[in-house]
Every structure is written in C-alpha cells, then in structure tokens.
Design a protein around this ligand. Structure first.
Ligand code: CA
Length: 235
C-alpha cells in the first residue's frame, strides 16, 4: 500500500483556472499527476498511463463525462471522482450509476478536494487487501459483519437485523467509502428501481440506523447524501 501523496492522479478538466487550482494543490502534496482537457484525451490517458485515481469534470467539450466513465469501466475499476459544476443532482446520480466512486461539486475548496482524495486512497488500500482471498468478516470501527455466519455485532453485542436490513448493510459495507445511489440500492436489494420504493428504502434505512448508530440523527457509519443516496464511511 502506498502512502498518501504518492498516488498518480489523472486530472480531466477543460477549464484552465480549475485545472491549475487542482494541479497546484496536488503538486504541493507530492502527488504525481497528468492532465487531459477532453474526454477523448482522458480515455486515452486512462488506458495508456493507468493512473491510480481519476478526477473527472463532467462538462467536457467533446464527450459527456458520464460516457468517459462508462468507457473506462469497460476495462478498469480505477477510482473515479467526478467534478460537477451543475448543482443538478441528476448528473451526479448518472455518474455514480455509471461507476463513479465519489463526487465534488464546484466550487470546492482545496481542503475538500484533498479530503476526498485521502478517502479514495484509503479505499485503494482496502481494494488491494481485498484482492487477496475474499474476507469472510467485515470490520469497521465497532461494527463486525460475519458473512459466513450471517451475523452482525456492534461493540461485541449481537444485533438482530431483518433479512432486508442485513442485505442493505452488506451492500453498503461491500462498497465502503463509495456513494451508492438510491436507484442502485433499490436494484441490488429489492430488485426494482421504482420511484415509490424510495419511501421503503428510507424506512429500512431508519430502522437499520436505530440498530447500528448510537445517535441515529447524527449517523457515524452511514452518511446520507440528500437527493443522491448513501455511503458507508470507514470510521
Ligand atoms: Ca468543464
């Protein structure tokens, strides 16, 4: 596993001011980086230089950023953090459903950018560990899921989850540090993506949080991304 700052980043951004801001921030933290200004150049660079992480602006002059994600996902699961100028949630949702791992909304601070990179780097570390034989036990802070036994413990105490709560928790755990969209969760857990089911997802999330969060109104393990979805964070 590499230390923070030693990963290589591909920055895809057509706006020179934003590109310079990002490049300067990366340089100051000792990251290696390369840049691309178009979607086509981004796909070529991702294929030839195999960066560790891609920072991808969604509004590119030639190809839609979401199409760039779909293309990269045909051969690689390299982490992709999307940068969106549009406050419209549907762009982020399309990007996440196409396989992006996280998103930043413009305007963002350098601190925010570096925090997202650190989170993604932690995720890279876990991906490398997981490449070893499949782990049968998931641990995050005081939360332990034993996949083989089908049991969940919190601070050593056995929890009683319904089958749906368990499925939901496992899906989030297997995608720790990634934002999962409502639609993706509904498809994976319920096998459906009807809008009406969003209400039941909220209900199940509420009951699950009551069981795993000390303070369900200020959750530690599962973040809410309003209008977008949920993410389990490494605590
Ligand atoms: Ca742009």
């Amino acid at each position: 596993m590499s230390e923070h700052g030693s990963h290589s980043i591909l920055v895809v951004e057509d706006d020179p001011a934003v590109r310079n801001l990002i490049s300067t921030a990366l340089e100051s933290r000792g990251y290696q980086y390369s840049t691309a200004e178009t979607g086509k150049a981004a796909i070529a660079a991702a294929a030839t230089t195999s960066p560790d992480i891609v920072l991808l602006d969604l509004g590119l002059p030639d190809v839609d950023g979401v199409d760039v994600i779909r293309r990269i996902r045909t051969w690689s699961n390299m982490p992709i953090i999307v940068i969106s100028a549009r406050s419209d949630d549907s762009d982020k949702i399309d990007a996440l459903d196409a396989g992006a791992d996280d998103y930043l909304t413009k305007p963002f601070s350098v601190g925010e950018l570096l925090a997202r990179l650190r989170m993604t780097e932690r995720h890279l570390g876990y991906m490398a560990e997981d490449a070893a034989p499949q782990k049968s036990v998931f641990t995050n802070g005081g939360l332990v899921i034993d996949y083989a036994a089908g049991t969940v413990k919190l601070e050593g105490r056995q929890l009683h989850l319904t089958p749906m709560e368990y499925k939901l928790l496992c899906l989030l755990a297997q995608n720790t540090d990634r934002v999962l969209t409502h639609q993706y969760i509904l498809k994976e857990v319920w096998g459906t993506s009807q809008d009406g089911d969003l209400a039941s997802l909220r209900v199940f999330m509420g009951t699950l949080r009551k069981k795993i969060e000390e303070s369900p109104s200020r959750p530690r393990y599962i973040q809410t991304h309003v209008g977008v979805g949920y993410r389990m964070v490494r605590v």
